[in-house]
Design a binder for this molecule. Structure first.
Ligand code: ATP
Ligand code: MG
Length: 424
């Protein structure tokens, strides 16, 4: 894409309202614009990043046989009255009355809707287990929306729901999602820490949160430095959870290299048995023809929160440093405007575009210095400068955003160069 076509308006200074680095950088690089408290417009650059994150999550859900679908944002209150959550959910739920005085709500989560839907389509043990998910906007009227999209009121969530015949089956399913979540966050370039969690409004007795480390996180977590391990998801659920089951005793004895840090909750999974299938009268027939309530779990990932969480993990004083598979553009080509090298530049741009699908050419009428600053702020993993060095020596300057390393390559070498798919 040519940046002259992009809606982009980078800011030198951080807007005052932004308290944490990810919020500052998202505003400065024009990824998002606040519409009203806790509600944001995703500008072209932010939208590209959101879609890239969504696709990594989607690929991982599809891998475990989860069905993607799309449920509505607006729900009827009827099912919520049956599960007794219509009152329990309290003021976080946005309630809406339509012209016929029907009580509707903007969905904060989907357990009721999916249970009702499931009982209409599945009635035999033969169809179990079944995993369903969607990636859809949620609304929770948070008392204190803050830190930009980190805690918004309207936010994008991937929420999955599982149905099993038995409690044991549901636990096996829980383990599958648990491991898939570790892999998803590692694929996003993050180091996830599973934490045994409280179940809150969703309910149930088995639950884990997935935290990633960041000094601005809202949760305090203590962990053993040895546990930071990128091969984690290859171990069994039992091995992983026993590794992470810290006790006060462990911390006291200081036998372990315990670090107390802060975390951002990027995912949360629950196993809650028949909590919804009972009140919503959802049944399947088992082998003996007996009607039983299937056992459920739900599995959430904060997709929009992740854009900010990834920036918290990857940035420096110049701006964002995107992992390459999440970056809005992989390579940004910079040149002088009105350059007499236009034909050469176009040819390098076209060549790279055919090889990698996601290249930008900064053809805006700005100085090279300003364009480099923008490229650093936006966090594009590779910047190519076609300037005086090219004119004099035929060399393109290649800068890697992660560490600022520079290379000088000829046009031919650029065409053959394997731009490394890296995570900073
Ligand atoms: P929190 O404890 O942060 O309020 P939660 O436990 O209420 O979150 P869940 O119901 O577990 O949230 O939702 C699943 C995921 O959705 C969370 O792990 C988080 O990543 C994301 N999420 C929840 N609330 C918000 C919000 N207000 N803004 C952005 N993302 C959110
Ligand atoms: Mg949670």
């Amino acid at each position: 894409m040519k940046l002259s076509n992009l809606l982009l308006n980078t800011l030198k200074e951080s807007p005052k309202e932004a308290k944490i680095i990810s919020h500052q950088l998202m505003l400065r690089s024009s990824m998002i614009r606040q519409h009203t408290s806790g509600i944001y417009t995703w500008l072209p650059l932010g939208f590209k990043v959101l879609k890239n994150i969504e696709n990594i999550i989607r690929r991982n859900q599809d891998e475990i046989g989860c069905n993607e679908m799309l449920m509505s944002t607006i729900q009827s209150s009827e099912l919520w009255k049956k599960s007794a959550r219509y009152t329990d959910y309290g003021k976080e739920m946005l309630r809406i009355t339509d012209r016929h005085e029907n009580e509707l709500l903007y969905g904060p989560t989907n357990e009721e809707v999916i249970t009702d839907l499931f009982s209409d389509y599945v009635n035999s043990y033969k169809a179990l287990p079944k995993y369903l998910y969607h990636i859809q906007w949620k609304f929770r009227d948070e008392i204190r929306p803050r830190f930009g999209v980190m805690r918004g009121r309207e936010f994008l969530m991937k929420d999955a729901y599982s149905f099993d015949l038995t409690e044991e089956g549901a636990f096996e399913t829980y383990k599958i999602f648990f491991k898939s979540y570790l892999k998803t966050f590692l694929d996003l370039g993050l180091q996830p820490i599973p934490v045994k969690a409280a179940t809150g409004a969703i309910g149930g007795d088995l639950s884990h949160e997935f935290q990633i480390l960041a000094s601005t996180g809202e949760s305090e977590i203590a962990y053993d430095s040895k546990l930071i391990d990128s091969g984690l998801y290859k171990k069994s659920y039992e091995e992983i959870t026993s590794m992470y089951s810290a006790s006060d005793e462990m911390i006291d004895k200081s036998k372990f290299d315990v670090i107390v840090g802060r975390g951002i909750e990027v995912g949360h999974i629950f196993n809650f048995g028949t909590k919804y299938t009972k009140p919503l009268e959802c049944y399947v027939l088992n082998k003996d023809g007996k009607r039983i309530n299937p056992h459920m779990g739900s599995y959430g990932v904060g997709v929009s929160r992740l854009t900010a969480a990834i920036i918290e993990a990857f940035h420096d004083e110049k701006g964002i440093k995107w992992p390459i598979n999440i970056a809005p553009f992989k390579i940004n080509i910079i040149s002088q405007s009105n350059s007499d090298l236009n034909e050469e530049i176009e040819s390098i741009y076209n060549n790279l575009t055919s090889k990698y699908n996601n290249i930008s050419l900064d053809d805006r009428d700005l100085s090279i210095g300003r364009k480099i600053k923008d490229s650093e702020l936006i966090g594009i993993p590779w910047t190519l400068i076609i300037g005086n060095n090219y004119k004099e020596k035929g060399q393109v300057e290649v800068i890697r955003r992660s560490d600022g390393d520079k290379l000088f390559l000829s046009k031919q070498e650029i065409e053959n160069f394997e731009f490394e798919q890296y995570t900073p």
